[in-house]
Structure formats: C-alpha cells, structure tokens
Design a protein around this ligand. Structure first.
Ligand code: S3P
Length: 425
C-alpha cells in the first residue's frame, strides 16, 4: 500500500459497527436465555475472537454476515472449553471474558498474540481474585497466557485505580455470579456500554456518578441489538475531512454516547467545522450523522475527564494536531502506554519520522502543528489505530507513505482503505 497526497474527499459513508458494543452483544447474548440477534456487527478480527471464544465455551453462534444469531444458554449454561481460548489481539475480549469466567465452575486458559502477551492483566486479577476467582499467569508476568479458575464469588466494592471500562466491566460481569451486590468506583467515568446493554438484557445495574453497581443472578433474556457505527472508526474520517482542503464528508449512523464522544469535543475545540445531524437513539445508544468540512484548525489542550471519552482517538488527534496552527497538549493519558502498543512512544516515533514536531511526556504529548509532513514507512507495532491514523497523515503529506503491516487494520476496520478510496476525488 502506497499513500500520496493531492486528493480531496467528498461524499458519504457508513463506518462499521462499534467494536465495544459488538463484543458485548456476543458476550451478553451467550449468557442470556434464548436467541439474541445482532445487526451491523463489526466483522473485525477482535470481535471474531470473541465469537470463537464463546463457541469454544459451548455457545452456538451463527455468523450470517448481515446478522449474528447467538443461541444463549443462560447465566449458567457455559461449558468448560476444549481448547485454549484464543483472544487474538483483543484486550476487551481478554478482560471482559475473564469477568464471566471468574464465575464459572471450571478452569479456562486464555492466550493471544504477541501484543496481547504484553498487556497488563493484574488490573483484573486483583478485583476478581478479591471476589474469589483464582488466576495464574503462565509466564509469571501478570500477562497472558493465564488460567482462570472460577469460584464461589462474593460481592465487593472495588475502588478502581484506573478509569477503565474493561476493568469495570470485568468486575460487573463477575458480579452477576456473586453472592451479593457488586459495585465499582472509577476515578473518571469510562464508557458505559456494559451498564446500558446489561440493563437491556434484564440485569439490575445502577449508575451514580462514577460508581456502577449490579445485583447478582438476574434473569437475562435474549435481545435484538442494532450496533451503531463506531465513533472510533468515524474519527479517521472526521480528521480526514477537517484537515484536507476542499473536502466534505457525511459519516452516517455514528454512536455518540457521551462517554465516547471526546473526538467530537476535541475537533470542535480545535476549530473544526463539524455538525451533528439526525440525532436519535438506537438500541439504547445515542446515534447521529456527522458532517465535517475542511477547516483551519488550531491547537488545543486535551486532558482531565475528557481523556477516557477519546482514549482510542488520541493517535488520530495527534495527527490532526500536526495539521493545526499552534500547540496541542495532551495530558492525563498515561493509559496510552498499555494499549495495543505504547501509543505515546509509537505516535512520537511515527510523527517524528514524518518531520512532525512532537515531544512525548509521561502522560501524553505536546505537538507543534503547522509544519508540512513528509511520507515515510509507518511502523505499526501491531496497532490498528496507528496504521489508520498515519494513513490519514499520509494522505496530506508530501511524498509516499507506506506501512510495515497495513493488514493490522482488520482488527477493527477491515474495509478501511476501500472506504477511503470511495471518497477520493
Ligand atoms: C474498551 C475500553 C477501552 C478502550 C478499548 C475498548 C471497551 O479500554 O481503549 O479499545 O470496549 O471496554 P480501557 O477501558 O481499558 O481504557
């Protein structure tokens, strides 16, 4: 794949289904009673890992491409897996499934790719062990591969040191199997898809500020779920429309849950011409069409409570910042160090290689925008969001941009390059 500049981008597109919501639809459908039917499911590698794990746990899942049918067996219907559960590249699969496995009367082993084997799992081992599950990291490094032996779980209150929906969701899911109420308080509210969708399946979940609580042993009933488009995928087209001269892109059917909409806030704070159209609610989630037009962007300060709402979008925000006049400062984002790659280091490596002016900090980065970027070979470090962010940079950089491994985009957006081509004028 070779990317060059001098194009404009016009037209409309629908980005694929939300990754977080797609994962949850499979997991909750599996432990609900009866049929769950999911449309606009993300057919990306991560969500296919979740499907394969639940098949391995004895759940029949039909992937008909236009819809997914999950034949749920209820809270206590999973069987011990016959093989190691292969979580691929997916942190969400690993951490959320561990919450469910913590409540099962059998042992499971989880493993994934080289990237997942470096991701910290102590953050879920700690609360789930306090509830009564047992974990063993096979390389003694608190990462995958690991085994989880389910136990008789106790309800706990957990004060999470990190604002992480994956940690919160793991504890809440284990709470379904506990002997009392389970609650989690996080330092800043993270995405709340678990709370919204689990209530839709019939669980008694309550949220108050940054605390979510769940009652055990609900009757979960299969649902029909329409997955909204993924704002994390829309983010690349928001940036593309804003930074490319003479461009206008309408991105249809995008989830704009306030715990996920930081990309919209950041684009507006940087002076982006962005409009929300046709706002509505789909399967309990707020959705809109997003219209973006070429804009003269300026730098902004991005930090604090906004960070969890745009945590996956920081690589593309860094690219936007490189095309904005002045300084953009990103703070409070130390979680970037433990994503699919160390995104502070890897954004710095690639933006510097393109001649961008970026200084990494412990918990973020400082970008001086406005200098022209130059194409290079992007080092993706097995991180889909790095590949896509720097593809957008390459479309506005001098010279040719290539990738060490562009196929990594299949993790969350298999047709990413095709969708760009369709908008290219
Ligand atoms: C996710 C939560 C986020 C996000 C990840 C998906 C989820 O991770 O980065 O891509 O679906 O719950 P953390 O909650 O661990 O920050």
């Amino acid at each position: 794949m070779e990317i060059t500049n001098n194009y404009t981008f016009q037209g409309e597109l629908s980005v694929p289904g939300d990754k977080s919501i797609s994962h949850r639809s499979i997991m909750f459908g599996a432990i609900a009673d009866g049929l769950t039917e999911v449309t606009n499911f993300l057919q990306g590698a991560d969500c296919l890992s979740t499907i394969s794990c639940f098949r391995n746990l004895g759940i029949e899942i039909e992937n008909k491409q236009d819809k997914i049918l999950i034949h749920g067996k209820g809270l206590h219907g999973l069987h011990a897996p016959k093989q190691v559960l292969d979580v691929g590249n997916s942190g969400t699969t690993t951490r959320l499934i561990s919450g469910i496995l913590a409540g099962q009367p059998f042992e499971s082993t989880l493993n994934g790719d080289v990237s997942i084997q470096k991701r910290p799992m102590k953050r879920i081992f700690t609360p789930l062990s306090a509830m009564g599950a047992r974990f063993k990291s096979l390389n003694n490094n608190d990462c995958a591969p690991f085994t989880v032996s389910g136990g008789q779980l106790h309800g706990i209150h957990y004060d999470s040191p990190v604002a992480s929906a994956q940690v919160k969701s793991a504890v809440l899911l284990a709470g379904l199997y506990a002997d009392g109420v389970t609650s989690v308080t996080e330092p800043v509210l993270s995405r709340n898809h678990t709370e919204l969708m689990l209530s839709g399946f019939g669980a008694n979940v309550t949220s108050c500020g940054t605390t979510a609580s769940i009652e055990p042993e609900p009757y979960l009933k299969g649902q029909q779920i329409q997955v909204p488009g993924d704002i994390s995928s829309a983010a690349y087209f928001i940036a593309l429309g804003l930074i490319t001269p003479n461009s206008e892109i309408l991105i249809k059917n995008v989830g704009i849950n306030p715990t996920r909409d930081g990309m919209i806030q950041a684009a507006l704070a940087m002076g982006g011409n962005l409009t929300l159209l046709n706002e509505r609610t789909v399967s309990g989630e707020p959705v809109a069409d997003i219209l973006v037009k070429s804009s003269s962007l300026h730098g902004a300060s991005i930090g604090g409570d906004l960070i969890p709402t745009l945590i996956d979008e920081i690589p593309i925000i860094a690219v936007m910042a490189a095309f904005a006049e002045g300084t953009t400062t990103i703070t409070d984002a130390q979680e970037l160090r433990v994503k699919e790659s160390d995104r502070i280091a890897v954004v710095t490596e690639n933006l510097s290689a393109m001649d961008g002016k970026i200084t990494p900090t412990d918990d973020g980065m400082i970008i001086e925008g406005g200098a022209p970027l130059r194409g290079t070979c992007i080092q993706t470090h097995m991180d889909h969001r790095i590949a896509m962010s720097f593809a957008i940079a390459g479309l506005n950089a001098d010279g040719v941009t290539t990738f060490d491994d562009e196929k990594i985009v299949t993790v969350s957006y298999p047709d990413f390059f095709e969708d760009i081509m369709r908008l290219t004028k």
